[in-house]
Design a protein around this ligand. Sequence first.
Ligand code: ZN
Length: 212
Amino acid sequence: MSYCHLVHPSHSTQRLVCPDCDALLEMPDLEEGEKAVCPRCVAPLLSNPRNSVHRTAALAFASGLLFIVANAFPFMTLEAGYRYSEMRLWQSAWGLEAEGNPYLAVAVSFFILGAPALLIGGLLYLLLPLMWNRRLPGAVPICRWVLWARRWNMIEVFLLGALVSLLKLGKLATLTLGTSFWAFIALIVCLTAALASIHPRELWARLEMPDA
Ligand SMILES: [Zn+2]
């Protein structure tokens, strides 16, 4: 909590009139999670919501780990007659290709592999340096791209990709879901939460700060 200073004539920083007692106040720069109140009547004036960068970075990092798990373990096991095979996440779109839908297979592969990898990579590239007030080259276009990409409802697109694969493959064989499938579902939840916790205004403000 921070108390605003009553205006000193020699200062020319941002000024604000208390809505409750009409005191003319000078606004201090608020730290994360701080609120400014009027020193005279304790009316709440401004707040600086708790830093979303750390939370978004933590969620993006968790998404990265889940992405590795989703790719390292079998997505599902298939049984057709005496044949038994394990399928990885990156192979899950093959059923579509086998049925003569190569374009759909490419699109599904992109949405279950390419899109999450790009988003997680973009978020980590942007947010990890920001936690130490650093900015890597190209951060501004990447920030613009991440903010653009998050307007898509990714959770539906990812789930649709996974479900289309499952339905197609389910016709060919009996399938059992593997570790990778559950990791992928957790990845969708985590990545969606990461994208939802971005505060564009705060992100831009931090990107525009001079490097410490
Ligand atoms: Zn006041």
